[in-house]
Ligand binder design. Structure first.
Ligand code: SF4
Length: 357
């Protein structure tokens, strides 16, 4: 059982982050925010995979204007990602975002911090301080002897102080580095100093394959230590895959329930069916299933029946026909050409969910 760090809660729209709230999964759009239609389309795609919070880059005035139109067309609470320009933060708040990601030390002085903090307070909008090892303030890394973890913590504490000086405490913090161990140590050190909730992630993690592995390792360590209240898996890929990966990490640690737990065999010389493609297609199709269900996809009758009988539903490959199991019992044998369809139909009948293909 993982014991989570005690944190004070903040609210991003209807999503509570921190305290005992479930660890939320978020992503960020990679469309041009000025392109309202494409951004709305991508946010809706993210929502269909249960992305709970969506971050959007707001880097220009037209982007802030577009944001106003976007907010009215989507359900998920939006966070505006701002760098340097406090006017874009104020415009985003006017547009109706439910969170800001901005580093108060980078927006040009105390007056501007005061203005943004006051506007956030007025609207009940939290601020995420997002420290990134690649964009630390001048001199901090040198001062800390080149230690990224220490430098990120020092930077975060400086930004936090600027907000606390304005009596603003509706804060989340992230300390992201592309190095797993620096990231972990940074969060560990900061956890000793503050009780603000943590947004966790490994930045610039890589592609869908290498990035998901790196994030799985980094976020897995942090979550196992009880650190993390909301997360983003950063991938050079479709943001939908960030959401899918995020839920996988949380489910594998027992921190969220719901969705498919897939067991598929690695295949070997005994495989009677094309497990690689069946499992791949199944994984894509089943990512939107909300019910908690275990599914086994096995290549032959050596280990297939055993695993399939222990899962809620499963298949064991055979020559020309494969066996379908459900609830620990054999249901029947079906042609290999239709076995995926048969499996999906069985899941629909068990869960009562219509599977969207
Ligand atoms: Fe090989 Fe069969 Fe095991 Fe799959 S289930 S790895 S095909 S022995």
């Amino acid at each position: 059982m993982i014991e989570r760090r005690k944190t004070r809660p903040v609210k991003v729209g209807g999503v509570v982050v921190g305290a005992d709230a479930p660890i939320s999964v978020q992503s960020m759009t990679n469309t041009i925010t000025e392109d309202t239609a494409s951004t709305v389309r991508q946010i809706k795609a993210l929502e269909s995979y249960d992305c709970e919070i969506v971050r959007v880059a707001v880097n220009t005035e037209p982007a802030a204007k577009s944001l106003k139109r976007i907010v009215g067309q989507v359900e998920a609470p939006l966070i505006a990602d701002i760098h340097f320009d406090h006017r874009l933060a104020l415009a985003s708040l006017d547009a109706g975002v439910r969170g800001l990601r901005i580093n108060p030390g980078n927006i040009g002085g105390k007056d501007k911090v005061r203005e943004v903090a006051a506007a956030c307070k007025d609207k009940g909008v939290p601020i995420r301080i997002g420290v990134n090892s690649g964009s630390l303030e001048k001199g901090v890394l040198e001062k800390n002897g080149g230690d990224f973890a220490d430098a990120m913590v020092e930077s975060a504490l400086k930004h936090i102080k600027l907000l606390e000086d304005e009596s603003f405490y509706d804060i989340k913090i992230s300390l992201k580095s592309s190095d797993v161990l620096s990231t972990v140590r940074g969060y560990e050190l900061l956890a000793e100093k503050v009780d603000y909730p943590f947004h966790i992630g490994i930045t610039e993690a890589g592609t869908a394959f290498s990035g998901a592995i790196k994030s799985g390792v980094g976020l897995g360590i942090l979550l196992y230590k009880g650190l993390g209240d909301t997360l983003r898996v950063s991938l050079s890929d479709d943001p939908v895959n960030e959401v899918i990966a995020g839920y996988h990490i949380l489910r594998d640690l027992g921190l969220r329930t719901g969705g498919v737990r897939l067991m598929s065999c690695p295949t070997c010389g005994r495989a009677e069916i094309d497990i690689v493609n069946i499992a791949r297609n199944f994984e894509k199709i089943s990512a939107r299933i909300k019910s908690d269900i275990s599914v086994a996809i096995m290549g032959c009758v050596v280990n297939g029946p055993g695993e399939s009988m222990h899962a809620d539903v499963g298949i064991a490959g055979g020559k020309e026909k494969s066996v379908l199991f459900s609830g620990g019992k054999m249901v029947g044998k079906f042609d290999n050409s239709e076995i995926l369809e048969v499996l999906l139909k069985e899941i629909e009948s068990i869960t009562g969910e219509k599977i969207k293909i």
